[in-house]
Design a protein. Sequence first.
Length: 262
Amino acid sequence: MTYAPAADGTRIAYQLQGSGPPLVLLAGQANNHHWWDAVRDDFHSARSTLTLDYRGTGRSDKPDTPYSTGLFAQDVIAVLDALGIDRADVYGTSMGGRVAQLLAARHPHRVGALVLGCTSPGGPHSVERSDEVRRALAQPQPGAARQALLELMYTPRWIASRPGPHHTLGDPGMPAHARRHHLVASNRHDAWDVLPDIGAPTLVVHGSDDRLNPTANAHLLADRIPGARLHLIPGARHAYFEEFRAQAGPPVLDFLTTVHTP
């Protein structure tokens, strides 16, 4: 396992695979790099991929201190510095998309192109999930809440044909304090004021049937970020990148190729 030291000394585990220009892949809340296992190879025809375990997840340290999406973005910079990567494209999904927003806004010289998947700007300008979804995820029985999350991630047909394990449902090895810190970090994210500062070419991708992070947020991001493009995937829920990989991966690679073509 390879680690990068964060500014506060926290060890951040990272994984670099493939060859070619680097593409940073950022996972969702309370998840480690395994979030990308099912689709990571799809990018290796043209890119190397760089993932990390957020602090609190995977093999990274798990300090019992406050986390934030801005802190996660700083951890990404620490990994890039450790590898000597001056500039990379970034693809963030769910909370990883929130981290990617701040990465691109606060460190513009480090981000070549930006892809934001199934994410939102956060704060009062974002569109919140419904009370029905909140109640489903807050059920006291862990099995019931997990099933509700599974159904928000994937369509019934996908679930019926693939019993798992599902790496998008959270890192099972996270301590309780880290789960709380991740939840707070995501809930307190608000990038609305800095979204217009993003100068990187940006693609916003979202499933049309996403209720975990309502699809209306994709339109908000695309309208707020200068020159951003929007790509909606019909019928897809939150984990669009996995279930609809044939419809999701190629447009992302096409976008990355196009923006870097003279």
